[in-house]
Write a protein that binds this ligand. Structure first.
Ligand code: HEM
Length: 120
């Protein structure tokens, strides 16, 4: 059940990020609405809370947990680069956007493989 919440917030997080980048390029005035400023923080907090709940539910800290640390570090990268992408324009925006998407994909692959170094 919690995993369904987790997967739902993952989808909400990535679609709200891509949606806000598109709006910022096409209709930036819409992004000034209070709800659109607060929603991403609520979604990302719930994503983190559902992830932490899954850690305890699965007893992952009692086994090998390196992949969870990797997910949390990459999540900070995803959020940080997302903020940079939203607050800049041009090359900086698109470099940060690609970096944030790479973090997101990395987190997803680490989640499935349970291996932070799956590429070796
Ligand atoms: C953008 C952020 C995240 C993405 C894209 C993501 C992705 C995923 C995916 C796709 C799964 C399902 C894996 C499977 O069923 O094989 C999953 C499960 C899980 N995630 Fe995340 N996750 C994110 C953030 C987090 C965070 C921050 C934590 C921990 C603090 C976390 C902890 C977990 C745990 C413990 C599971 C359950 C693993 C299992 O029982 O098989 N996730 N995540």
């Amino acid at each position: 059940m919690i995993k369904i919440f987790h997967l739902t917030f993952i989808l909400l997080s990535i679609s709200s990020f891509v949606g806000r980048i598109i709006l910022s390029e096409t209709h930036p005035a819409i992004l000034k609405q209070k709800a659109l400023k607060i929603a991403p923080h609520v979604i990302d907090t719930l994503l983190l809370v559902s992830g932490i709940t899954l850690v305890f539910q699965g007893g992952w800290l009692a086994t090998e947990y390196g992949w969870i640390i990797a997910k949390i570090i990459a999540l900070l990268g995803y959020i940080g680069l997302g903020v940079v992408a939203m607050h800049n324009r041009g090359t900086v925006r698109w470099a940060a956007f690609v970096g944030a998407m790479a973090c997101f994909v990395y987190i997803g692959i680490v989640a499935v493989t349970k291996n932070a170094f799956f590429f070796f």
